[in-house]
Design a protein around this ligand. Structure first.
Ligand SMILES: Cc1cc2nc3c(=O)[nH]c(=O)nc-3n(C[C@H](O)[C@H](O)[C@H](O)COP(=O)(O)OP(=O)(O)OC[C@H]3O[C@@H](n4cnc5c(N)ncnc54)[C@H](O)[C@@H]3O)c2cc1C
Length: 215
């Protein structure tokens, strides 16, 4: 999977900071932004957004990603774009348990039948029903900072599926590079010292108190 940050709102910390400063008539946007984040007044974070190009994401992960209703998506169509035989994602556990070859054989058989059917005139939108969910896709995704932080809370967590965690971790790193203040306390909830999961992973991220306090 590759994740490219295509664009983001220029100077996102200043924009969100100005929004926070307007609310409290503060002369210090950065301080107002820190206070807004600390107190959970996150609507000011909706003024900056980020757009990513994601390639090589499985349809399994896509189904999870598109549950985030406040994001915007443009996904490669399986109705108009032929599937490539080699575009299958397998999680590490399949290889670890010795099923790589069997899995590849099954995917190849499905892809061969897909090709045979489409050549015979079955529309791509119908032939795709045969394809395993590991098939990869490509999309462009846009989220505002508030939604990104929410997404990172859910998907950087060890309880999220590995492919989603990898995606979220990569996106978070790209975001942090552009706006450390907006994203320094983003990530799994244990970054802030708590875990709401019924079945915690047991390997909490350990962060310095300064990060938890978001000074
Ligand atoms: C580890 C994990 C396991 C999961 N397992 C399952 C599962 O077994 N089955 C399943 O179906 N899903 C599952 N999900 C998906 C999950 O239930 C959510 O659909 C998904 O994480 C999107 O979260 P969200 O709704 O908070 O986010 P978004 O859609 O991004 O929304 C962001 C926030 O906006 C608000 N919001 C958005 N829409 C509404 C609305 N209509 N009404 C009120 N408030 C709204 C909420 O506060 C929401 O948290 C799982 C997710 C995770 C992370």
């Amino acid at each position: 999977m590759t994740v490219e940050l295509m664009a983001c709102t220029p100077d996102p910390e200043r924009i969100c900071g100005e929004a926070a400063a307007i609310c409290t008539h503060s002369g210090n946007p950065e301080k107002a932004l820190r206070a807004a984040i600390r107190s959970g007044h996150e609507s000011v974070l909706e003024h900056a957004s980020y757009t990513f190009r994601i390639t090589g994401l499985s349809r399994v992960a896509l189904a999870q990603l598109t549950r985030h209703r406040l994001a915007s998506f443009s996904v490669q169509s399986q109705r108009y774009v032929p599937l490539k035989p080699e575009s299958q994602h397998y999680p590490d556990s399949i290889q670890k348990h010795g099923f790589s070859r069997k899995a590849a054989r099954l995917s190849r058989a499905a892809m061969d039948l897909y090709a045979e059917m489409t050549e015979a005139g079955v529309p791509m939108e119908d032939a795709r029903y045969l394809i395993p969910q590991g098939v990869e896709t490509e999309l462009i995704l846009t989220m505002n900072v508030r939604e990104l932080r929410h997404f990172f809370r859910l998907r950087c967590c060890e309880r999220a599926q590995e492919e989603m965690q990898n995606l979220a971790d990569t996106m978070l790193e790209l975001c942090r590079n552009t706006a450390p203040l907006l994203f320094r306390d983003a990530g799994a909830p244990c970054v802030l010292g708590t875990c709401p999961e019924a079945h915690p992973c047991g390997s909490y991220h350990v962060n310095p108190p300064s990060l938890r306090d978001h000074p």
